[in-house]
Design a protein around this ligand. Structure first.
Ligand code: MN
Length: 164
């Protein structure tokens, strides 16, 4: 186990199109039943000697991440494209190099615009609690804000079978 860290190369070269040498490119949380669409994950840094992970997520045009909350935090930097971001009860337009802090237990979701992918770095604790999905009551409370309701409509319409 301690040897695992030792074999991580000290340099991974950037490839083309937001890929990195030796980094697996994975569909995000495929199969766990959480509502999301058209998003991939690459774990760029994960080492037991450093208590955090840095991932690169990319959401295809019109796609979105899971609407969720949890105790652990995220620090996000947009590296590609633009989109919308829900943090707590605020909706923001985000674009290249914007920084987003997602505090503990804030509802959050990122959505790509219809015409471009949204790629972002996400820094997260390596030891972290399991994300919670919104209940019907949580969704009603979120929708009480018209801006948040309009934002959620974008992902709810796109995946009706997973939000019933
Ligand atoms: Mn999250």
């Amino acid at each position: 186990m301690s040897d695992r860290a030792a074999i991580v190369p000290s340099l991974r070269r950037a490839g083309s199109d937001f890929r990195w040498d030796g980094v697996d490119h994975l569909p995000y949380k495929a199969g766990d039943g959480a509502p999301f669409r058209a998003i991939s994950r690459q774990t760029l840094f994960s080492d037991p000697r450093l208590q955090a992970e840095l991932r690169y997520f990319e959401i295809e045009p019109g796609g979105f991440s899971t609407l969720e909350r949890h105790e652990h935090m995220h620090a996000v930097m947009v590296l590609r494209g633009q989109g919308l971001c829900l943090v707590g009860t605020s909706v923001h337009m985000v674009s290249l190099h914007d920084l987003v802090t997602i505090p503990p237990f804030a509802w959050h979701q990122l959505q790509a615009t219809a015409d471009a992918p949204l790629g972002f770095l996400c820094l997260v604790n390596s030891a972290r609690d399991r994300p919670q999905l919104p209940s019907a009551d949580d969704l009603s409370a979120l929708r009480a804000d018209p801006l948040v309701a309009a934002f959620l409509e974008g992902s709810m319409k796109a995946a009706p079978s997973r939000c019933g």
